[in-house]
Design a protein around this ligand. Sequence first.
Ligand code: MG
Ligand code: ZN
Length: 228
Amino acid sequence: MSTIIPVAEKVLTENDRLAGLLRDEFAHLGVVVLNLVSSPGSGKTALLERTFQALDMRLSMAVIVGDVETENDARRLEKAGGRLVRPIVTGGACHLDARMVTRARTELPLDGLDLLFIENVGNLVCPSSYDLGEDMKVVLVSTTEGDDKPMKYPGMFRRSGAMVINKTDLLGTSDFDMECVRQNALTINGNLDIMAVSCRTCDGLDEWFAWLERQVAAKRDRGQALCT
Ligand code: MG
Ligand code: ZN
């Protein structure tokens, strides 16, 4: 006797299985994996450019960058000093899934790596449902968007561990209210780490870099605890 499982559920079950294998491998390697999610144009690529420029000497980093079409963002990241950049062109799909990451991962040497970023396709809806084996989702919002984004897309904010508010240099040019977006985000998820930055002026980025280094140190400690 067979059980009938709806197709969407079956797809997600298979995704979870592959994501579980990726998570085990990432844990074994001791690499911190962050899945960057946002609407299109919030500044995921800009944040990674700044990160590569600033932390290249201190941390060993790689990025898997997903886009529906073009490898433009991958080229930008290589220009910013990213040595391990792997593009995924989804050819229409509006999110990355664990199968795509599994394939891209085989083309990246991950030994000795501190940080692996996965820049997801710009979309606040379905990337929230696809586990990629990451340690944490980091959601970006920018001050050119509505400050009610967390209320409109609660799933994404609930499943994220940190929120980065970008484009603070443009504050005051719209009705975007910093306190309002913070309150909305914390209403959805009280555990969010929240940082505010401008990738254009570099304002606030030191806090983001320090946060990244804490994630790396924490994973190293957990790895050592497992070994002893
Ligand atoms: Mg991008
Ligand atoms: Zn999608």
